[in-house]
Design a protein around this ligand. Structure first.
Ligand code: PMP
Length: 316
């Protein structure tokens, strides 16, 4: 049997990536919640910090500051812990308590910006990041974010497909847009006709019609169109939507029916990908990602609310 880590690793950062690709209800799902720090964001956190070091933007003892709805904060806090930087996570109010606690567990300081808007957190992070010996990775703008997805995550998925199989479609929610755009670019290299579907909450259809409202699919649709999407959004073929309640129902279903304990965006990704397959039967190989782990939502969805079995969610 092949051993995933055949020699002694230098740190937990060696365990970032190389996640399984599993078939779930006809969809190929990349299990990104298995990354260290519990989400896909471990990839860009490691990548952006290593690129900044190479570019001379980060020196030992410096402070990393980033606005984040949680997962990127957890991931950067882990990278900062390994590399010995100070980490300042700037967060909007109202996000899951676990993600705040996880950043703190890695030794980060968490600042709240005082309202629900990631935009306010971004402003605060930019202000702090402009100080000497501070570095702001700026995930929503960073081409290093897109690059990681194009040169690492995308090719990793392609290498896991059987010989001769190429992706027909990619379905992904847009937080920064890095995943959809970067992985999409990698897929286009092997299949110029691959269809790229952005997914957003039906309560807040920002990409489709500029709407901004509260929703429960944490990690995506933060209330603005990120710079990455403004620059590269033309690559995307279609925008699809999923209601928060359905995303949460599908999240519960993934744990109970498949043993995949992920967060709401994973549930939303499954529903959106299944709808794509149903509406476009010619798209056979539909790829999506399960981005973060369910433990990050224990208090909100599992500790009390889950004591009684509830009504099954209607599935497409
Ligand atoms: N799902 C979750 C749970 C996330 O945290 C994120 C990133 N914030 C995404 C999906 C979307 O990823 P991206 O930023 O690459 O668009």
């Amino acid at each position: 049997m092949a051993i995933r880590f055949p020699s002694i690793s230098s740190s937990i950062l060696d365990a970032v990536g190389d996640t399984p690709l599993v078939e779930v209800e006809g969809i190929l799902a990349k299990l990104e919640f298995l990354n260290p720090s519990g989400s896909i964001k471990a990839r860009i956190a490691k990548y952006m910090i290593e690129k900044a070091e190479e570019a001379g933007l980060l020196q030992p003892g410096d402070t990393i500051v980033e606005a984040t709805s949680g997962n990127t904060g957890n991931a950067l806090a882990m990278v900062a812990a390994v590399k010995g930087y100070r980490m300042l996570v700037v967060m909007p109010d109202g996000l899951s308590g676990e993600r705040v606690a996880i950043s703190r567990a890695y030794g980060a300081e968490v600042l709240f910006c005082g309202d629900f808007h990631v935009n306010s957190a971004l402003e605060k992070a930019r202000e702090l990041g402009a100080q000497p010996h501070h570095f702001c990775p700026s995930q929503f703008e960073s081409e290093w974010n897109v690059e990681e997805n194009r040169v690492v995550l995308g090719p990793e998925i392609l290498a896991q497909l059987p010989d001769g199989v190429v992706p027909d479609a990619l379905v992904a929610g847009v937080g920064t847009g890095g995943t959809l755009i970067g992985v999409g670019q990698a897929f286009r290299e092997v299949n110029p006709d691959v269809r790229l579907f952005a997914m957003e909450p039906s309560e807040s259809q920002t990409l489709l019609c500029g709407e901004v409202a509260l929703h429960k699919i944490e990690g995506i649709s933060d209330g603005f169109v990120p710079g990455i999407f403004q620059r590269h959004g033309a690559l995307v073929d279609e925008v699809t939507s999923v209601a928060s309640a359905d995303a949460v129902g599908a999240m519960r279903h993934l744990a109970r029916a498949h043993g995949l304990f992920c967060g709401p965006s994973s549930g939303a990704h499954l529903l959106a990908a299944k709808r794509v397959r149903e509406l476009h039967p010619e798209l056979k190989t539909v790829v999506t990602l399960f981005c973060d782990k369910g433990e990050k939502y224990l208090q909100e969805y599992f500790v009390q609310a889950d004591s009684q079995p509830e009504e099954p969610t209607p599935f497409i």
